[in-house]
Design a protein around this ligand. Structure first.
Ligand SMILES: [Zn+2]
Length: 293
């Protein structure tokens, strides 16, 4: 386990200048001035978030086009939030960010979503090898809703509307994870095709939606949960089910509830942390590097 401690973090990023310098290094290391072609190193401009060409005075802003650009939130706050996201098992709730950074809740929530967007820039190719595929449903419990919200969930027949959102997950046995929130309009098979290479060998439960995929894939084995079967040699979906537990713990434990429209961001975050769980320091660097892309 490659840990990243608060002391290491504080030492690397003691103030906004250090954070800005990190962004500069990430984006503009070895920059040739785009205006005068000078290769002399740019110099930091005092009291501005910019660096200047010593030959012609051309300035660049390392926060430009990043989530940190149009905000008065100190860069150290943003970096600290990314640190928290990489070192906590189930992520960090906006409420906790509000408390620790002493910002209002709306700001905390916006910052959390921005960092999630950075994380979800991690693009994973279609999975291959042995790939477990499964679907699950997550939702908000009526008991956790406000009265108003609860009332809005009752339809004309006075029955409770289904408030669960489906999500399909794919885990390869070499440790990669992808998820897709199941907004209407696609079949199970289409979702599988979009996330799993046809060279892969699929393992699913016996849901009818997966049937027939064996002719398109290297192979397809099913475990029949209805018949009480959970594991037959290497054929099981226990890995993806472990991932679902992690996702549900995060949604329930840390975030209380999550709007369906944000579910993909949360799922991406859990997948990212799952894949990089033994590499906290690397995780921090990877999230920061997404600022550039
Ligand atoms: Zn220049």
């Amino acid at each position: 386990m490659n840990k990243y401690t608060i002391n290491q973090f504080r030492k690397a990023y003691p103030d906004d200048d250090a954070c800005l310098d990190k962004l500069y290094q990430l984006r503009y290391a070895n920059l040739i001035c785009p205006k005068c072609d000078s290769d002399k190193p740019f110099k930091r401009v005092k009291n501005r978030r910019s660096y200047q060409c010593p030959a012609c005075g051309f300035q660049i802003y390392p926060t430009k086009g990043t989530p940190f650009e149009k905000t008065r939130i100190p860069l150290t706050h943003w970096f600290y939030l990314i640190f928290l996201q990489t070192t906590t098992r189930n992520g960090v709730a906006a409420k906790e960010v509000e408390r620790q950074l002493e910002v209002c809740y709306e700001t905390a929530l916006r910052m959390c979503h921005q960092v999630k967007r950075l994380i979800s820039n991690e693009k994973i190719e279609k999975l291959t090898g042995l790939v477990e595929t499964d679907e699950t449903y997550v939702g908000m419990k009526a008991a956790n809703m406000t009265k108003k919200k609860r009332a809005s969930m009752i339809d004309a027949n006075n029955t409770f509307k289904d408030n669960k959102t489906g999500i399909m997950g794919f885990v390869s046995r070499d440790g990669l994870v992808k998820t897709e929130v199941m907004f209407p309009g696609k079949t199970f098979k289409e979702r599988v095709r979009d996330n799993v290479s046809n060279e892969a060998f699929l393992i699913t439960d016996s849901h009818i939606g997966y049937q027939g995929l064996d002719i398109e894939y290297a192979g397809h084995e099913t475990v029949n949960h209805d018949a009480g079967e959970y594991k037959r040699d290497q054929w099981h979906v226990n890995t993806i089910e472990g991932f679902w537990s992690q996702l549900k713990r995060t949604l329930k434990g840390t975030h209380i509830h999550c709007d369906a429209k944000y579910l993909q961001l949360y799922a991406d975050e859990v997948a990212f942390r799952y894949m990089q769980r033994n590499n906290q320091a690397g995780m921090f660097e990877t999230i920061l590097s997404h600022v550039v892309s």
